[in-house]
Ligand binder design. Structure first.
Ligand code: CTP
Length: 405
């Protein structure tokens, strides 16, 4: 599947740089062309000659060569050429330094400059000492890169060159190649689409420490985000408070309450072509939240509630020719409640799922019934949320193709 693809392989200067030789072999075995770019520090760990022998191409080691004037002119624009001719930029190993440079958009050597000139998928395989990996600065840079859609191949845990044991070892070449494969996945049936997904619960404040919420874990919404990104869509997840990592290649907007979720969705709506409302939005909120913690000594509080904005309905009013998929979480009368919701909310599809039992909220497994405004019904038996997400998108992508045709 990788046959004929060209990979721009950045190698930055860490002890794991020697492992890039094995990685090149694995990529070449898959049939891709590899152009290696080494930072100055990387050349201290492995020679450009080794990489040139394995890739069959001259290795780029500097922004400006010290060759003839003509060559210098050529190399001054070579990063643009290299960027334009490659299908994917992979950096392995990616040091803390190169992550920081990419996160900030610095461009002071060939690799960081090529990064800024590159518009395709970016895969980063970090390797470093555990303390550096855990450092808040590295965490922050990784978060920024992920939010821009970079895929991170997490380092593995083991004994490190410095003698300590922990996370920081360059991931196995097979895992890195797998991530490259995913990033270049050919069956990209959602390519060109922008999928906006809401996920997780919302929290409606009673006072600074208490809130009204529900049992949603956000797993279904995040599984959908992951599945949509794998199929080539640009994905924006508007997430309530959940403790889940951002799926690779997705942008994430964190919100707390229904009003913030509404505002974030409306803000990103113009970009979206498919909208999936998987969030369990709280239906009610206190009319006003106390500014100080409610005290027991003041007696039983009387909490007046009001409705939160119905985000799905608001989106339906402005949906145009976008595909709109809502969810219906029901404890009883699944089908009739879902049909009612499909109509009253004005969506194209509703994914009805039973909650309160073994599947649904707080579970890794879900099941349901997909109903369309045009009368189609697809039953989904209990399965892992990741598989269910793929099933939902199969139906969505099919529906989308039909709408487009
Ligand atoms: N939803 C929304 N905004 C709200 C409430 C719900 O966008 N304030 C969306 C959910 O994300 C979901 C769909 O509407 O896609 C149905 O949510 P659900 O909680 O099942 O339905 P409710 O609107 O709360 O209706 P009911 O109280 O009858 O269950």
């Amino acid at each position: 599947m990788l046959g004929g693809k060209s990979i721009l392989l950045g190698i930055s200067g860490g002890i794991a740089a020697y492992k890039s030789a094995e990685l090149v072999r694995a990529l070449r075995a898959e049939g891709c062309g590899v152009q290696a770019v080494m930072t100055r520090a990387a050349t201290r760990f492995i020679t450009p000659l080794t990489l040139a022998s394995l890739t069959g191409k001259k290795v780029i080691t500097d922004l400006f060569s010290d060759a003839s004037d003509e060559d210098t002119l050529h190399s001054a624009i070579a990063h643009i050429d290299a960027a334009q001719q490659s299908d994917l930029l992979l950096v392995a190993p990616a040091t803390a330094d190169i992550l920081a440079k990419f996160a900030l958009g610095l461009a002071d050597d060939f690799l960081s400059t090529a990064h800024l000139a590159f518009e395709g998928p970016l895969v980063l395989a970090p390797a470093m000492n555990t303390v550096m990996w855990d450092h808040p600065a590295t965490r922050y840079n990784l978060m920024a890169l992920r939010a821009r859609g970079a895929r991170i191949v997490e380092p593995s845990v083991g004994e490190l060159a410095c003698g300590t044991v922990g996370a920081g070892r360059l991931a196995d070449p097979e895992l890195i190649v797998e991530s490259v494969r995913e990033a270049l996945r050919c069956s990209a049936d959602l390519q060109g689409e922008c999928v906006l997904i809401t996920a997780g619960p919302t929290r409606e404040a009673l006072d600074p420490v208490r809130y009204i919420s529900n049992r949603s874990s956000g797993r279904m919404g995040f599984a959908l985000a992951d599945a949509a990104a794998r199929r080539g869509a640009r994905v924006i997840v508007v997430a309530g408070p959940v403790s889940l990592p951002t799926p690779n290649g997705c942008q994430r907007v964190d919100v707390e309450d229904a009003q913030q979720m509404h505002d974030a969705v409306m803000d990103r709506l113009p970009e979206a072509t498919i909208i999936v409302m998987a969030a369990a939005v709280a239906d009610y909120r206190p009319v006003s939240a106390a500014s100080r913690k409610l005290k027991k000594r003041d007696g039983l509080p009387l909490v007046e509630l009001e409705e939160t904005p119905d985000i799905l309905k608001a989106v339906a009013r402005r949906k145009g020719n976008r595909l709109l998929i809502g969810f219906a979480a029901e404890t009883d009368d699944l089908e009739s409640n879902a049909r009612r919701k499909l109509e009253s909310k004005g969506c194209d599809w509703v994914v009805a799922n039973p909650v309160g039992g073994a599947t649904g909220f707080e579970s890794d497994v879900n099941q349901g019934l997909l109903l369309s405004a045009t009368g189609e019904a697809v039953r989904v038996e209990p399965m892992k949320k990741a598989r269910m997400a793929a099933r939902i998108l199969d139906v969505t992508a099919r529906a989308r193709t039909r709408t487009a045709a």
